[in-house]
Structures are given as C-alpha cells and as structure tokens.
Design a protein around this ligand. Sequence first.
Ligand SMILES: Cc1ncc(COP(=O)(O)O)c(C=O)c1O
Length: 382
Amino acid sequence: MNIYDFAVGQTNPETFPVEAFKQASIRAIENEHEMFNKYHGSLGHTRLRELMAERESKREGVPVDVNQLAITNGSMQSVTLVGQALMDGNDDIVITEEFTYSGTIAAYKGIGLNMIGIQMDEYGMRMDCLESKLAELKQQGRKPKFIYSLTTYQNPTGANMPLDRKKELIDISTRYDIPLVEDNCYGDVHFEGDKVPCAFALDDSPNQIYIGSLSKILAPGVRLGYLLAREPMLNKIVSKRFDAGSNYFASAVVAEFYRDGIEAHCDVTNPVLKHKRDLLVAGLENTLADICVWSVPVGGLFLWLRMPDDVDIKKLTKIANENNFYFANGKGFHVDYKDVPYIRLAFGHVQDHLIEEGIPVLADAIKQARTSNEHRAFDSLY
Ligand SMILES: Cc1ncc(COP(=O)(O)O)c(C=O)c1O
C-alpha cells in the first residue's frame, strides 16, 4: 500500500551519496583516528570549519573568517544557544515571522522566550508590520532580545526575501539596536533565480548572527550545523554550550566528503528536488486551482497551501490519513498555534510517482472536508 508522506521536512534519501560517503568515512578513520581520542572545544573540527567558511564565502559573497564559525549539533543547537545567550530573564521577547519553523517555536517557548509573530506576504516578513510592532513595543518601554528570521526558502511558507527587503530588515534591526538572527539552513537548496546574500554578508555588525546546516543538503542524521557571528557575539553564544563540542567523527567524515567543496554535490541533489517541486505544482494545478492558492518555492523543501475557510482541518486530516496521505497542519507553524487555513507540503523526500499519485488523494480529501463547493474567494496566499 502506498504512503503519501508530505508531513516531515527531509531531503531526498535517493541522492544520498552512499559510496562516496563510505570512502570518506574510511579516509577519516585512517587519517584522524588519533584525534577521536580527544576533546576539541567549542568551535569544532578545523577543516570542516574552513570548508563551511569557504562555502559561505562563495555562496554569500562575503569573506568569512574561520574564526567566526563554530560547528554545532545541527542548526537546531545554534537556534537554541542563541536564544539562551540573548535572553536575560527580563521581558524576553523574540520577534519572528508569524509562521516559522515548529522546532524553533518549541525551543524558544520551551526556554521561556515570548514570541511575537510579524505578518508575512509572499516575500517573507512584512517590514511595515515589523516597524510598527517595534515602535509600539518601544512606546511601552520594551525591547525584544532579537529578531529571528527565515529569509531564504522559508519554512513553512517557501517565501524568499528579496534584497531590498533584506536591506530594510537590517536597517530596522540596526535602528532599534536589536540583534538579527538569520537561520539560513536551506541556503544551498536552490532551484532557480538570483541568490540574495545573507544579512551577515550585507552588514558587518556583531549584531548579525547567522545559522547554517548540513541537514538539508546532505542528511539530518549527520547532526552538523554551524553558527557564524563576530566577536564578542560568537563567544557570548558558544559560552552557553556545555556539550564538550560537536561530533568530531561525523565532522571528520563530512570534511573528507566535501574536501573539494560542496557545489558538486548540490549540482546533483538540487535538480532532483526541483523536479519534485515541479511535479507537486503541476499536480496542484490539475486538481486544486479553483479552490486553493500555493507558493512556488524557488528553493528549500516546502510548499505552503492556502485553503478556503470552509475546510474543516480535523475532517481533512482524518480523511487524508485514512487514505495514507500525511501533511503538516499550518497551526503547528503559527507562533500562537492559531487555527489557520493552511497546510505545509514537504516534497524533498517523496518519490516522484508518489507525488503524482498523492496530490489527487489530497485534492479529494480537501473537497470532502468542505461545507460548500464554491470557487475560492481569494487570489493571494495571505
Ligand atoms: C528553519 C529550520 N531551522 C533549523 C532546523 C533544524 O535542522 P537541523 O538541526 O537538522 O540542522 C530546521 C529543520 O527542519 C529548520 O527548518
């Protein structure tokens, strides 16, 4: 029986480079086994740090100094450490997009941060809404501890922030003197169009914090990510880690695997992911164009689907699941866990034929979960 699992955000297992990774593991063990017997401190494996600094320098167009980069256990550790480092127990507010990664919401609420979500449009966080929210807080004598933004191939919406808006974001965070944390863990998963440089590349302030990952382009099981920040910020953040450093063995293997750079691997994986996106969009156009609107992500692993307000999401979930179709409910990505007429479809790991077969199953379920069969009354995603 086929399972249509569009719920979990994972990259494509079919393009995992089994043989090359095996050879890299053998080389790492042969060359570095003596290092496995030591602790390596907060910053991590030197060669991997150099490779990730080179990768960021090339992609983002900024010379990244290896001393500004610390390897972490996935980007999730960076997300959490940043929160812990920047909060002080006194009205701890973090500003995010209204819809953001569910893991970040859980982590930040879990450590006691109050999250304020800013309205979005198809280009990401809306700067007019950010500015008015910060002005309102300032009037109340309140200052957020940081702004956490997913500017690139946003999870869950797929939105990609254009350069002008990113400059505005930097300008606003600078004027209000609030650190800006850009989580760019999907940065390499790029399908088409111009790449916009990260805020860390556009501004040399120590208030710029940047988060990267190897989960989205390679595999989440390697649990490797990294943090970029200038001093004194970098030390402030890594001083919150008490895990005796990241997995040195995994770092050594990945450094061997990417010894000639990361681009050759991206050139294999990204076209495969783009094809999956195309299949998904074609499936939606064929089945749901009259009642739904969705994002067409230019990178990343997610598509955001808006449904008519008369869809009963509980009923939709039940019908879809009974037919082996799984999706992520938009509510889980709302900073206040509000009921919203959205679902997220993660397409990176779904086999092509299951995308083609699965979308009509979803479309039928959405139609059955409505109280009317009217044409949609909206043209935009928000
Ligand atoms: C925006 C964002 N940040 C961080 C993570 C955590 O990823 P990892 O810790 O595997 O790098 C995810 C995972 O889905 C994510 O979507």
